[in-house]
Design a protein around this ligand. Structure first.
Ligand SMILES: [Zn+2]
Length: 105
């Protein structure tokens, strides 16, 4: 990604219970690829780990698959839409700081 479309106000802290999305789906910072994701672009779908956590009971693997099928697609769509506009979906602290500095100049 060369010319990044960045607006610090448009990001919020990324919370995903037990880092499920990093562990299970291998997501990373959209710019440098590190797994240490700190920020996510606004209006994102619910994080997968939190979705699973919010279920009141223990789920079987099959139930988990069913539960996250749609949200995963939503995340893919979200990420693709952002990428098409050169918006990084996930950012680590470093990349966020670098882009913020760059933004102010
Ligand atoms: Zn990064």
């Amino acid at each position: 990604m060369n010319k990044v479309n960045f607006n610090a106000q448009a990001y919020e802290k990324f919370y995903d219970f037990k880092d499920v999305m990093v562990q299970a789906f291998g997501i990373g910072c959209s710019l440098c690829g590190t797994e240490e994701i700190e920020y996510v672009y606004q209006n994102h779908p619910p994080t997968i780990g939190n979705l699973i956590k919010n279920q009141a009971k223990n789920l079987t693997d099959q139930e988990v698959d069913q539960l996250i099928e749609k949200p995963l697609l939503n995340w893919q769509t979200f990420d693709e839409t952002n990428a098409n506009q050169m918006i990084p979906t996930f950012l680590c602290v470093n990349c966020f700081d670098i882009e913020s500095d760059y933004d102010e100049k």
